[in-house]
Design a protein around this ligand. Structure first.
Ligand code: ZN
Ligand code: ZN
Length: 210
C-alpha cells in the first residue's frame, strides 16, 4: 500500500490518499480549502490514474472536512464517518465561520462506520478503531498487514489531541490511546491528522503524555 500525504488549509491538516497497485484508493480527511489545494488533490489522483472508492473522515472537526463537499461531488462518494461525528458536520458552517472558513456542508451517507468495521479497496483492508476523547466519533483506520495506522487527531508525534473542545475529555482520550493504540506492534507507522508520521514504538518511548 502507498500513502500520499497532502497538507491543507491554515490548520495544516494532513489529507491522506491510500492506494495500491490496483489503483483503487481511499481519501481520508479531505481538508483542501483553497482552489489550488483542491486542484492539487484532484491532479494527484488523475496523474496516478487512481479510482477513489471511499471518502473517510477521522472525525467531524471543520478543518478536516473543508474539501468534503467538493471531493464527494467530484468522485460521487458520500463521506463515511462514525455516527457520533455527525453533530460536528451539522454545525460545520457555524464552526467554519468562527475560523473564517466558508464551508459547504457535505451530503451525508445513511451508512455509518462503527468500531471494528472494515473498509476494503484494492487488496487492502482498513479496520476502524473508535478512539474518543479529542472529539466524539473519532476513528483511527488500521491496515494490520501493512502496519499502518491513520490516527486522526488522537495521537501525534510527541503529542495527543486537544481535549478542550466540545465532547473532548482528557481521561477518555488517554484510555483510548493506551487501551487501543499502544497495544499495536511497535513498528506500526502512525499517520496523524497534523504533523509528521511516527511509530507506536517511538510514542511509547517518547510521548510525554503517555
Ligand atoms: Zn480535531
Ligand atoms: Zn485537526
Amino acid at each position: 500500500m502507498k500513502i500520499k500525504t497532502l497538507s491543507f488549509n491554515a490548520f495544516q491538516v494532513n489529507t491522506y490518499i491510500l492506494f495500491d497497485d490496483t489503483n483503487e484508493c481511499v481519501i481520508i480527511d479531505p481538508a483542501c480549502y483553497e482552489p489550488q489545494e483542491e486542484e492539487e488533490l484532484f491532479r494527484f489522483i488523475e496523474e496516478k490514474e487512481l479510482l477513489p472508492v471511499a471518502l473517510l473522515l477521522t472525525h467531524g472537526h471543520v478543518d478536516h472536512i473543508l474539501g468534503c463537499k467538493a471531493v464527494a461531488t467530484k468522485y460521487a462518494l458520500k463521506p463515511l464517518m462514525h455516527h457520533d461525528a455527525l453533530p460536528f458536520i451539522e454545525k460545520s458552517q457555524e464552526q467554519g465561520m468562527m475560523f473564517g472558513f466558508s464551508v459547504e456542508k457535505p451530503d451525508i451517507s445513511d451508512e455509518f462506520l462503527t468500531e471494528g468495521d472494515t473498509i476494503k479497496f484494492g487488496h487492502q483492508t482498513l479496520q476502524t478503531i473508535l478512539a474518543p476523547g479529542h472529539a466524539d466519533g473519532s476513528l483511527c483506520f488500521y491496515n494490520e498487514p501493512q502496519k499502518v495506522l491513520v490516527s486522526g487527531d488522537v495521537l501525534f508525534q510527541g503529542s495527543i489531541g486537544r481535549t478542550d473542545l466540545p465532547t473532548g475529555d482528557y481521561n477518555t482520550l488517554i484510555s483510548a490511546i493506551t487501551d487501543k493504540l499502544m497495544v499495536l506492534p511497535d513498528d506500526v507507522k502512525v499517520f496523524p491528522g497534523h504533523g509528521p508520521s511516527t511509530t507506536i514504538g517511538f510514542e511509547k518511548e517518547n510521548n510525554p503524555f503517555l
